[in-house]
Design a protein around this ligand. Structure first.
Ligand code: 5GP
Ligand code: ZN
Length: 126
């Protein structure tokens, strides 16, 4: 996809603040963060939107989602549960799909949005 901004980020033609990379995915900080912690996880291969995914995308979608706990922990918004069962920290995971879903960039991406209650008092962080 020659004109896709996230393909260009994945190919290092546009710089980003990467926090994780392997052969299949890249995670990088959102340029316009909605919260103290806000990063995106993308497949390196172009997929326009979640709505175009099917069973053939199970592995990449699973990889993207299963990276969230580790990366959220590293970025400082992991969930801690103490011995009494009280939880602290946390984040939202979000995939916007299509115009009515608020998707602006048509390369599949998973938002991780965290920090101290960034969405408090709001119905939705984005
Ligand atoms: P969407 O609305 O499509 O779910 O989210 C797109 C996200 O990509 C937005 O949060 C926006 O700030 C982020 N974004 C758009 N362009 C760039 C860019 O060039 N670099 C980075 N790091 N983030 C971007
Ligand atoms: Zn792309």
């Amino acid at each position: 996809m020659t004109d896709c901004i996230f393909c260009k980020i994945a190919a290092k033609q546009i710089p980003s603040q990467a926090i994780y990379e392997d052969e299949d995915v890249l995670a990088f900080k959102d340029i316009n963060p909605a919260a103290p912690v806000h990063f995106l996880i993308i497949p390196k291969q172009h997929v326009a939107t979640l709505s175009q995914c099917d069973a053939s995308h199970t592995a990449i979608l699973g990889k993207m989602l299963s990276l969230v706990p580790k990366l959220a922990q590293e970025q400082g918004c992991g969930v801690a549960v103490d011995a009494a069962g009280a939880a602290a920290g946390g984040y939202k995971t979000l995939i916007n799909s299509g115009p009515d879903g608020g998707q602006e960039v048509y390369h599949l991406h998973l938002h991780v949005i965290g920090g101290p209650h960034p969405w408090r008092g709001q119905r939705s962080p984005l």
